[in-house]
Design a protein around this ligand. Structure first.
Ligand SMILES: [Zn+2]
Length: 444
């Protein structure tokens, strides 16, 4: 018998964690943080304080692993889909409660190690690297398979759990991108094959299930970036690009266009240095050969002095601060904390959208206001999402033909479109399993 506990990420966008019990063996999928609740703690961490996991659980910043305390000794593996914080950043606080290895791709492993070392926490679980499009026998009755997916961070996979009761596929997070810029296309062939063999259930990333579209490829975001970086007058002006630090494909495009602009490229900021370092450790990119990566505030200050001296028009700065976060490089430049002036008609390119939370909206509004006051040219929203929308989800369901659909990656009101889609496709209501944090249900 298979029993599922949806531990976190079913009442919010964040702290994703799902536990699947197959007879008396349990596999945990993902262990992330909920950024809204985690940020205050993270700030404390930066001031040198240590964090108590129970406090994080109480605050709702990480999944409440106590919901599966009766399963604790049965856990055989913690399997991770990709390196985003809402999927892995709970690991350094919670994973040592389970005597089980972490199974993930090479890049995800590098990110987890970087997060742990950043937080000065020790990882006590063994890390077992599994490549996309390969599988391992976990126990006599469970096989774990990684299927190549596409998203907005390298080496994202869909996880298939093969059991004697059937196969469960976990797709948080995915889009179907046929020109992903970095890495391979999704493995459609394998998805179709699984569909033919029979899939018991799919956890479907349903965050944009109400959006009647197919999410555009990363190649579209690249064109948007190209249009601005190569197609607007920037001679004599400083150019600044900011985007998600973990979005290595996007950074790759920015670096390439920076090269074509014949500019010296400098990455500024701790999180950029962290994710680039992780990608360079496994030879995914070689940004430090094409530019310079500067991590710490003190060095950033002197580097910006050098930029000023040698001529700002010769540089492309890629910086942290796309959401206007206090303490980010962009925000510190604007507030004058780095002793560097951003001037009239300099270009600031936001290759991102504003993540719709109250804090982000306010931060970005303040940042843009300050930029406008200085006469800076602002380019917003040069971005496409890493999540599929309704028509990607339809393709997924047509390929996998699952018996049950478990809409995931957000609260009910955000993922409810999955039910409309499924009913449109002829699924009975009882085959769509909405869940909340802490719910348990059996399938088979
Ligand atoms: Zn993600």
């Amino acid at each position: 018998m298979i029993e599922i506990c949806t531990v976190g990420g079913y009442d919010e966008v964040g702290r994703n964690m799902t536990a699947i019990k197959v007879d008396n063996e349990v596999v945990i999928l993902d262990m992330g943080v909920f950024m809204d609740k985690y940020i205050p703690f993270n700030n404390a961490l930066e001031e040198g304080m240590s964090l108590n996991p129970n406090e994080l659980i109480r605050a709702g910043a990480v999944p409440d692993i106590n919901l599966i305390s009766d399963w604790q000794k049965m856990v055989k593996a913690i399997v991770l889909s990709h390196g985003h914080l809402d999927h892995v950043a709970g690991i350094p606080y919670l994973a040592d409660r389970f005597k089980a290895p972490l199974i993930c791709t090479e890049y995800t492993a590098e990110v987890i190690k970087a997060i742990a070392s950043d937080q000065k926490l020790k990882l006590s679980n063994r890390i077992k690297v599994l490549n996309p499009n390969s599988s391992i026998k976990l126990t006599n009755s469970i096989k774990i398979e990684f299927i190549q997916a596409t998203h907005s961070i390298p080496q994202t996979v869909m996880i298939a759990l093969h059991t004697k009761y059937g196969t469960i596929v976990y797709t948080n997070d995915f889009k179907f991108d046929n020109s992903p810029i970095l890495g391979k296309k999704p493995n459609y062939e394998r998805l179709r094959e699984l569909g033919k063999q029979g899939v018991l259930a799919v956890f479907m990333d349903s965050i944009y299930s109400s959006d009647a579209k197919k999410t555009p490829s990363e190649a579209v975001a690249r064109e948007m970036l190209k249009e601005v970086m190569l197609g607007t007058e920037s001679e004599g002006k400083l150019v600044i690009v900011t985007t998600f630090s973990s979005h290595i494909a996007r950074l790759k495009s920015a670096v390439e266009f920076g090269g074509l602009m014949k500019r010296k490229i400098i990455f500024l900021g701790r999180s950029l240095s962290k994710y680039i370092g992780a990608a360079e450790n496994i030879n995914l990119v070689d940004f430090s050969k094409k530019g310079e990566v500067v991590r710490f505030s003190s060095m950033i200050k002197s580097k910006l002095k050098e930029v000023e001296k040698k001529g700002r028009q010769k540089y492309l700065l890629i910086v942290t601060g796309h959401q206007g976060e206090p303490g980010s490089v962009l925000q510190k430049i604007i507030s004058g904390k780095l002793g560097f002036r951003i001037g009239y008609e300099d270009l600031v390119i936001f290759s991102c959208t504003v993540i719709p939370t109250e804090i982000n909206r306010k931060n970005r509004e303040d940042l843009e206001k300050a930029l406008r006051a200085k006469g800076v040219r602002i380019f917003r929203d040069l971005h496409v999402s890493g999540h599929g929308a309704r028509e990607d989800e339809r393709d997924l369901l047509n390929m996998l033909k699952p018996k049950y659909i478990i809409p995931s990656h957000g609260p009910r009101e955000m993922v409810k479109g999955a039910a409309e889609l499924a009913q449109e496709m002829g699924y009975d209501k009882d085959r769509i399993k909405f869940s909340h944090n802490g719910n348990r249900f059996k399938i088979g």
